[in-house]
Ligand binder design. Sequence first.
Ligand SMILES: *[C@@H]1O[C@H](CO)[C@@H](O)[C@H](O)[C@H]1NC(C)=O
Ligand SMILES: *[C@@H]1O[C@H](CO)[C@@H](O)[C@H](O)[C@H]1NC(C)=O
Ligand SMILES: *[C@@H]1O[C@H](CO)[C@@H](O)[C@H](O)[C@H]1NC(C)=O
Ligand SMILES: *[C@@H]1O[C@H](CO)[C@@H](O)[C@H](O)[C@H]1NC(C)=O
Ligand SMILES: *[C@@H]1O[C@H](CO)[C@@H](O)[C@H](O)[C@H]1NC(C)=O
Length: 420
Amino acid sequence: MVFQGLRLSLLPLLFSSFVGSDSISFDVNSYGNDDPTPFQTYLSNQDVKPPELLVTKNSSGLSDGFVFIGVDGKPTSGQNNPVIYEMSNKRLGSLIWTGNYTEPFDFKTQMYKGKPHLTMWVGELLNGYGHGSYYILNQSYSEVAHFSPVGYPDLGDLHEFTITKDDTALVTTYVAKPWDLTEFGGPADGWIFEGLFQEIHIETNQLIFQWNSTSHVGLNETYNELSGTGSEGSPFDWFHINSVEKDANGDYLVSGRHDARWVDDVKQDQITIFDNGPTDTVGYSRGLLLAVDQTAKTVRLMREFTNGVKTFAQFEGSLQAIDPGNENTNYFLGFGAQPFFSELNSDGEILLDVQFGKTNAVNSYRAYRLPWVGMPLTNPDIYYNLDAKKVAISWNGATEVEQWVRFSHVYKKKRPSLRF
Ligand SMILES: *[C@@H]1O[C@H](CO)[C@@H](O)[C@H](O)[C@H]1NC(C)=O
Ligand SMILES: *[C@@H]1O[C@H](CO)[C@@H](O)[C@H](O)[C@H]1NC(C)=O
Ligand SMILES: *[C@@H]1O[C@H](CO)[C@@H](O)[C@H](O)[C@H]1NC(C)=O
Ligand SMILES: *[C@@H]1O[C@H](CO)[C@@H](O)[C@H](O)[C@H]1NC(C)=O
Ligand SMILES: *[C@@H]1O[C@H](CO)[C@@H](O)[C@H](O)[C@H]1NC(C)=O
């Protein structure tokens, strides 16, 4: 009995006569009860337990591409791996790939050496920042690069990992630095976090450029408060470097606390940003599309993007213009500290609204919809039960399989053959 794979990810084709659990499950009930960790299971691959999804809106008009989330759950949730889901109307929620990387941040695809790659930060999550390093995987899910900031081998921070057109990486680092904090009511021999970013040539690990917050932004411009920080063990995080992008002119767009992106890095007339929305302002988190007037030095709110339940996420989050060259692009919104993502059209209408774990138990720093072609070097996984006449097949990471085709072949006359 041979099944020849032509396509499929972790969603096996279940022949109509089968009743198997190797399919996408949307366990709405598990979100309504005390189950702390709604996850999916597969007969053919018992190693993977990706979050089970709760889809509250699913309409037509979704963009092409898969959904990428680096799941970072509380230890009890058991959810701590990068996952790629298919999120088309046809196969909504089918798992494409998950891998053995714990607490990944900023998991996405990027071009490296002219080809699409998977990229992520992996390391130790600390209080609002991280100590780790950066990974690049090719389309066969093999690691092709793994590096750290230059001069700070242990301080690779989780907030940013962007690859430029020159195959350099933009990464952030939180460096503790002595600082007189009397103007904030703190000690003269206090400590701050200096938000640094580096541009590093990935192949040679050569430092191209380094920027630091203290030399360019006044500490008196922070809206953060000392709140008991300012010691060497807990430096005052006045800048909280978050996103860095290099534009077509070679300038950098740097943001503290928010995910800021040029929609078009040549025209530079629109920025997307994720606004956590502290409770004393709007009271919910939202993506913002801002019109930027570089001459008048003003911004104007063009559009606000939020999900159906108006989630408030205290930290993290992202907004992606999915097809930035198209003025009618859809937008992808990730709620950071809370397990929700949404896709919206350019009018801000919600097309897809998904929850991927229990509130306050699971999150993803950012969420993206991106194209991806995966060709794993592994073999497909197969489960079969002759008595139950059940077969389930999956192939972690394979995107180019359309269906499984059955060949009937009886090896020995007396061997029981499977029938469907
Ligand atoms: C999503 O929409 C498709 C097409 O309308 C429908 O067949 C499918 O059942 C929906 N899935 C979920 C999980 O709501
Ligand atoms: C993750 O690693 C463990 C231990 O090495 C292994 O048993 C498991 O199969 C791996 N899971 C996946 C999805 O590769
Ligand atoms: C990925 O890298 C591995 C190890 O170097 C290599 O065997 C494989 O062919 C590469 N895959 C692709 C798609 O380039
Ligand atoms: C911070 O930036 C200033 C101005 O660019 C530079 O003189 C200084 O060396 C930088 N310090 C670090 C630690 O990068
Ligand atoms: C911060 O300090 C600088 C220099 O002392 C001053 O020019 C600037 O106006 C101050 N900014 C704010 C927001 O107070």
